[in-house]
Design a binder for this molecule. Structure first.
Ligand code: SF4
Length: 459
């Protein structure tokens, strides 16, 4: 029987990947994806717990879907509502108590059980499944079929690692995603080969702490992320590799060397630091100092000098003084980022930082955040402006806003818009950059437009 599922993703790329896997796992049971929740027989809200008031936002979204569920019921059609992801993991049965319209709450480790859970929910059972199971979720999740891969484009995410053992005092991930788990290399290679075969040309390896990757290698020994990247660079059809999100402590020599060796590994590293003050880094339990971070950046730059860096910052962590904050500003000045995400600290229930005294007043947090964001924005604009008149390799991904226009990505993850025929989607081309927009670079196809697919690193 053909039915429709709508999966709405909140938060990070890992949730986007999980949403795809959920749809793939339900497909053999007759569920087709729909972009219209009102038409769906099953709506899955794949939630994120990182932002402030995440649970409140989920309850308000459930309220919106409940109206659609009631409209469907009035037409004699049954709609199920499922809540998945980190809020589901953290709130569990509380969701069912507060929102009676929800039929199923499924934690982030149990998506492979969805066909069975949905079948039980369809027969009227209310289900909460947030246990951390012993079986391997990844290998039980269905692989996408060729059509699904093609529909998702030429750039794909592949989760290689999940969970985190670092326990930063502000973060819920170790509680919602559990301990670090890495997938075996052979399974990842099979998935990437399947993606490449269906036309994917760029793969971003993702994990909450991706450079802590320590999966079983094809020879039975433990593989590092550097070794995994080298193996994936040999998959025919894969031209570009990226990875995110990393922890400075896990940036080992092998991974750093990989940046100098692999042309397929894009010269762009997202390396969260959170603060430039050692006092704050200690309070955050980051397990690295400012000097450690700067040393990692220097070693990466020595391996490949055109590397671009982005980072995450938390402003106004409990106890942060003006002096601590200035240490963050000076670190930003010292590194020079291509861009960065910055947030005012907000507490997450259940984390040690939520219990800390010396919470910084909101007004102070927002004043500091403005100063930091002004500096980051200046660096971001200067980074983009440095490409005016340059030629960049661009992987063309999808149609742009204007007729005849395509949008692609530069090696540094910048969006690049260029006039080019639709048939060139999936091509790696050289683009001469003519204009710099706020979020986008504009250019024209270079005369010799085919880019060398695996350009030498270390340029
Ligand atoms: S390393 Fe990242 S995911 Fe792990 S606890 Fe710290 S902030 Fe959270």
């Amino acid at each position: 029987m053909s039915r429709k599922v709508h999966v709405k993703s909140f938060g990070c790329q890992m949730n986007v990947y999980d949403s795809h896997r959920m749809a793939d796992t339900l497909a053999p049971g007759g569920f087709q994806e729909t972009a219209a929740p009102q038409d769906a027989d099953l709506v899955i809200l794949n939630t994120c717990h990182i932002r402030e008031k995440a649970a409140d936002k989920v309850y308000s979204e459930i309220g919106r879907i409940r109206v659609m569920k009631e409209a469907a019921a009035a037409q004699g059609r049954k709609m199920l509502i499922a809540v998945a992801g980190c809020v589901a993991q953290a709130e569990g049965g509380e969701i069912m108590r507060r929102a009676g319209s929800v039929d199923l709450v499924v934690g982030s480790q149990n998506y492979h059980r969805l066909p069975e859970l949905v079948a039980r929910a369809e027969s009227g059972e209310k289900i909460v499944d947030t246990e951390f199971p012993v079986e391997d979720k990844f290998e039980k999740l269905a692989a996408p079929n060729r059509d699904a891969i093609r529909a998702r484009g030429v750039s794909a995410f592949v989760t290689v690692q999940e969970g985190c053992d670092k326990f930063c005092t502000f973060c819920v991930v170790p509680y919602t995603r559990g301990a670090e788990v890495s997938r075996p290399v052979a399974h990842i290679v099979t998935e990437v080969e399947r993606l490449a075969d269906a036309g994917v040309r760029e793969v971003t390896l993702i994990g909450q702490n991706v450079n802590a990757y320590h999966g079983q290698g094809e020879d039975g020994a433990t593989s590092s992320l550097g070794q995994l990247l080298r193996r994936l660079a040999r998959v025919p059809g894969i031209w570009r590799l990226r990875y995110t999100t990393s922890h400075p402590r896990d940036m080992d020599d092998d991974l750093i060397a990989t940046h100098g060796e692999l042309g397929a590994l894009m010269p762009y590293v997202h390396l969260p630091v959170q603060s430039g003050s050692d006092r704050m880094l200690d309070a955050m339990n980051r397990r690295h100092t400012r000097a450690d971070y700067l040393d990692v950046i220097a070693r990466l730059r020595a391996a490949r000098r055109d590397l671009a860096f982005t980072s995450d910052f938390i402003v106004g962590f409990p106890g942060e003084t003006e002096q601590d904050f200035r240490a963050t500003l000076s670190l930003v000045e010292e590194v020079g980022f291509a861009s960065a995400y910055s947030f005012a600290y907000s507490s997450r229930p259940g984390t040690p930082a939520a219990e800390m005294e010396e919470q910084v007043p909101d007004a102070e947090k927002s004043e500091r955040l403005q100063r930091l964001q002004a500096l980051i924005t200046r660096q971001w604009h200067a980074f983009n402006a440095s490409f005016a008149g340059q030629t960049l390799d661009v992987l063309l991904e999808k149609p742009g806003k204007l007729p005849g226009q395509l949008v692609g990505k530069s090696p540094y993850l910048q969006a690049v818009q260029v006039m080019a025929p639709r048939a060139m989607i999936g091509s790696l081309v050289q683009v001469g950059i003519t204009d710099i927009g706020t979020n986008t670079l504009f250019g024209t196809l270079a005369e010799n437009k085919a880019a060398p697919q695996l350009a030498a690193a270390g340029a």
